[in-house]
Design a protein around this ligand. Structure first.
Ligand code: ACM
Ligand code: ZN
Length: 542
């Protein structure tokens, strides 16, 4: 009997031991994006359980919020309930969040795991937040866990590009505040720091401007929507939606808590039918105009000859900068046909008055767009802001101070960087997530077209070796875009970005010599499990 009791005791000990080291409850730091350095250490692991504390420096609200984020993430992934405190408990296990004045880089972090503690440190709370994201992605996904084992290790990490963004087009389809917040959560999960919010379109103006109430009364609603790729058939449903200034501020604050800057885009002078339908006097012909029920590029754009156009834009920007504290405001500038400007007496008068002369490379009307952009840039500079524009603005002779977002391939961005412009690379070839990601999808869902599988996204090198050293320094950002002509619901938004967002995040974060697709796809399934844990719709990849 005694023998049997002893045997059971030993068995229980083995079970206890094997439970705490069970393979499925061990964290793995090889996440997406892959940290710069992971050095596994000898020694016993750190064991996280319901008695673990998350300790933050007293009086630091950002670090307190960081601690709360970590508690929330751990609960979701493992079911464990950690406790936020400012005082480490000697007898309990402690995850310590700390600021390290000697650390280098505002977004860098370090995780040091020993038997005694897991310390996540950085120069700033922003860096610590990224360390928390890495730890979160390292965790096993368990419905209930007694504890989770973090192997002894030192992880050090910092991002390659300072601007890491994703765009969401809320003009073609409107997404409620909760969906925008979910998108921001995804950015945070992938270590991104910029949400580019495309707010105005031919098919709908989506941001409240108090001085121009018709923008949201008339400009935010199209009377119906075309079926398919611009067929002759329309649905019977008016479609609309807009964000109040209060809601936009709520989104800015939500993003800020996650170390994400929201850059609003008011696309001008093209893609403006929402505004023109509301205030037809802003167009060259005076209208009438209609909020577009179909997709494409339209000849009717803002008149560059009329002073009231500039007054309108300045008024809109005045309200916008009160909502968005971002250093940059995106002025769009893409796809602006000059057919109306060629015929418009006001635009032609402006060309004369400003002594704008066309040459063999650019027409006078193309250069008029340069006048337009420069004038608005000057206005925004006077308010302490800088501008970003799509690469078309480069063809309009804009100032070197304008940041160029290269979308028609890489060429515009490369040329811009050699000319001394700062550049964000966002080419259709690698970063347009409205394109198909699998061949099978072409038969099952209606999208704009194109084919951009995960592997192609991963092959993106934003800074070609052939560029001059000086130009290389100007490419400071990488962004993927989600245009939404055919994305009618939240599920499709998720489907189109997942898992391609994982690939672009690794382009944004890790150095090119560390990139390895085969290795990436071994790390991806765990992240996909995490997406699914959050109830997200994820595409197959090929
Ligand atoms: C764009 O895709 N029209 C910037
Ligand atoms: Zn005009």
């Amino acid at each position: 009997m005694k023998k049997l009791f002893g045997f059971i005791l030993i068995l229980m000990c083995i079970m206890q031991f094997s439970n705490s080291y069970a393979a499925d409850s061990i964290a793995d730091y090889k996440v997406v994006p892959l940290p710069k350095s992971i050095v596994m250490q000898k020694g016993e692991p750190f064991v996280m359980s319901n008695t673990t504390n998350v300790v933050y420096p007293e009086g630091n609200d950002l670090m307190k919020r960081n601690a709360e984020f970590l508690v929330e993430y751990v609960k979701k992934s493992t079911g464990l309930t950690l406790t936020v405190t400012t005082k480490p408990q000697k007898k309990a296990s402690n995850i310590i969040l700390s600021l390290d004045k000697k650390a280098v880089g505002t977004e860098a972090y370090k995780i040091v795991v020993t038997k005694k503690s897991a310390v996540i440190s950085g120069l700033t709370p922003n860096g610590v937040f990224y360390g928390i994201q890495t730890l979160r992605k390292s965790l096993p996904i368990l419905s209930t866990a007694a504890d989770v084992t973090l192997p002894a290790a030192t992880v050090t990490d910092s991002p390659r590009f300072s601007y890491r963004g994703m765009m969401l087009d809320c003009g073609r389809h409107f997404f409620p505040v909760d969906v925008v917040k979910e998108y921001i959560d995804l950015l945070a999960l992938h270590g991104m720091n910029t949400f580019h919010w495309h707010l105005t379109e031919d098919q709908g103006w989506r941001i409240e401007i108090k001085k121009y109430p018709e923008l949201t009364k008339i400009g935010s609603v199209r009377k119906h929507t075309v079926i398919g790729h611009n067929s002759p058939v329309y649905d019977d449903t008016p479609y609309g939606g807009f964000y109040t200034q209060e809601q936009a501020k709520e989104i800015v604050a939500y993003a800020k808590e996650r170390y994400i800057t929201v850059i609003p885009e008011i696309d001008m002078p093209g893609h403006m039918l929402g505004a023109l339908a509301s205030y037809p006097e802003l167009g060259c012909t005076g209208g009438p105009y209609e909020v577009s029920p179909s997709w494409g590029v339209f000849d009717d754009i803002l008149c560059a000859g009329k002073e009231k156009t500039f007054k309108f834009i300045e008024d809109v920007l005045d309200e916008l900068i009160e909502i968005f504290p971002s250093e940059y405001i995106h002025l769009g500038g893409d796809e602006a046909p000059k057919t109306c400007w060629e015929k418009c007496p006001n635009c032609q008068q402006r060309i004369k008055d400003e002594h704008i002369v066309g040459d063999e490379k650019q027409s006078a009307e193309a250069k008029l767009q340069g006048y337009f952009v420069k004038r608005i840039e000057k206005y925004l500079n006077s308010k302490g802001r800088k501008i970003i524009g799509w690469d078309e603005i480069l063809d309009a002779d804009v100032n070197q101070s304008a940041t160029i977002m290269s979308w028609r391939g890489m060429e515009g961005g490369l040329r811009a960087s050699e000319m001394g412009h700062d550049v964000i690379m966002s080419p259709t070839t690698y970063a347009y997530f409205d394109y198909y990601q699998t061949k099978a999808d072409t038969k099952s869902i209606l999208l704009i077209g194109g084919y951009l599988p995960l592997s192609k996204v991963y092959s993106f090198e934003p800074v070609p070796a052939t560029l001059s050293d000086n130009a290389k320094k100007h490419i400071f950002g990488v962004q993927a875009n989600l245009w939404t002509e055919y994305l009618t619901c939240k599920g499709l938004v998720e489907y189109q970005v997942l898992p391609r967002m994982a690939a672009i995040s690794e382009i944004q974060w890790i150095n090119s010599d560390k990139k390895n697709y085969d290795n990436f796809v071994t790390r991806l399934p765990h992240l996909i499990d995490l997406y699914k844990l959050y109830g997200l719709t994820v595409a197959q990849y090929e």
